[in-house]
Design a binder for this molecule. Structure first.
Ligand code: IPE
Ligand code: IPE
Ligand code: MG
Length: 249
C-alpha cells in the first residue's frame, strides 16, 4: 500500500516544503483501549518516529510538530509531569538516531518554561544537530501563537520607541522577522489528527494560506499510510492565494 502511495506522490511531484502537525488524540486513543492517558502519549512517540523518518525520506524540508501548547500547562499536574518525563526520556533516546539521519532539531516556544532537565536535553540536542542538512524538525514546546505575536509586537514597539524604526515601516516582512519562525517558510500543509476542527493557538500568522487537513485518526494511529494520504490530498488541491482558477492554472 505505502509503496504505491509513495510512487503516486513522487510522480505527482508537488511535495509540500513544510508540513506542520497538531498531534492530537493521544488521550482518547488510550481511553478507547482502557489505558491511562500517558500510554497514549507514549504510543504517540512511535508515530513521531515514523513520521519524521518518512518526511526525511521524501526530502521534505521542514516538519513542525505541536508537542505542548502554552495552554497545556493548565492540565492536571500529574499529566504535565508525566509528559515532561517522557519528553526527556525520548530526546535522550532518539537524539543520536536523529543526528545519524541528518535531522536538524530546533524548538519554537518558551523553552524557559520547561523543567531544567528536558530544557537542557533540548538545548544539547539542538547543538548536536545544528550542522545537519537534512530534515528540519521543529518542536513547538510551550508554544502559543498569540504569545509569540505579542512578543513580536513588543519588540517592534520598542524599536519604534527608540527611534530605530518608523511605525509606517511595519510590514508583513517585519512582523515575520520577529517571530520564532523567522527562518522557516510558512507551512504548506497543516495536519490535525484527533477529529477536532480547530487551530488551538498554533501558527496563526504563519498559516494564513496553509492548506488544512483534518483527520479523525488519533495521533498514535497516524502512521506512514495516513501521512501519504494527507500529502496526496494536498497534491490534489489548487492553491489560489486570492487569484482565480484560470490565473493559477
Ligand atoms: C495531544 O493529545 C497531546 C498533547 C496535547 C500534549 P491529547 O492529550 O490532547 O489527547 P486528547 O485530545 O485528550 O485525546
Ligand atoms: C493541541 O491539542 C496542542 C497539542 C497537540 C500539543 P489540545 O488537545 O491541547 O487542543 P484543544 O484543547 O483540544 O483545543
Ligand atoms: Mg487534545
Amino acid at each position: 500500500m505505502s509503496k504505491l502511495l509513495r510512487k503516486q506522490i513522487l510522480e505527482q511531484g508537488d511535495i509540500p516544503n513544510h508540513i506542520a502537525i497538531i498531534m492530537d488524540g493521544n488521550g482518547r486513543w488510550a481511553s478507547s483501549k482502557n489505558l491511562p492517558r500517558i500510554s497514549g502519549h507514549q504510543e504517540g512517540i512511535n508515530s513521531v518516529r515514523e513520521i519524521v523518518q518518512i518526511c526525511g525520506e521524501l526530502e521534505i524540508s521542514h516538519l513542525t510538530l505541536y508537542t505542548f501548547s502554552s495552554e497545556n500547562w493548565n492540565r492536571p499536574k500529574v499529566e504535565i509531569k508525566a509528559i515532561m518525563k517522557l519528553l526527556l526520556r525520548t530526546i535522550n533516546k532518539e537524539i543520536n538516531n536523529l543526528n545519524k539521519n541528518n535531522v536538524r532539531l530546533s524548538i519554537i516556544g518558551d523553552l524557559n518554561d520547561l523543567p531544567k532537565d528536558p530544557q537542557q536535553a533540548m538545548i544539547e540536542g539542538i547543538n548536536k544537530t545544528k550542522n545537519n542538512t537534512g530534515l528540519n524538525l521543529i518542536l513547538a514546546l510551550s508554544y502559543g501563537s498569540r504569545q509569540e505575536l505579542i512578543m513580536a509586537f513588543k519588540r517592534i514597539a520598542n524599536k519604534v520607541e527608540k527611534g530605530k524604526m518608523k511605525s509606517e515601516d511595519i510590514s508583513q516582512e517585519i512582523i515575520t522577522s520577529e517571530l520564532y519562525t523567522c527562518d522557516t517558510p510558512d507551512p504548506d500543509l497543516l495536519i490535525r489528527t484527533g477529529g477536532e476542527h480547530r487551530i488551538s493557538n498554533f501558527l496563526l500568522w504563519q498559516s494564513a494560506y496553509t492548506e488544512l487537513y483534518m483527520t479523525d485518526s488519533f495521533w498514535p494511529d497516524f502512521r506512514e499510510d495516513q501521512l501519504l494520504n494527507a500529502i496526496i490530498d494536498y497534491q490534489n488541491r489548487q492553491r489560489r492565494f486570492g487569484q482565480t482558477s484560470e490565473q493559477v492554472s
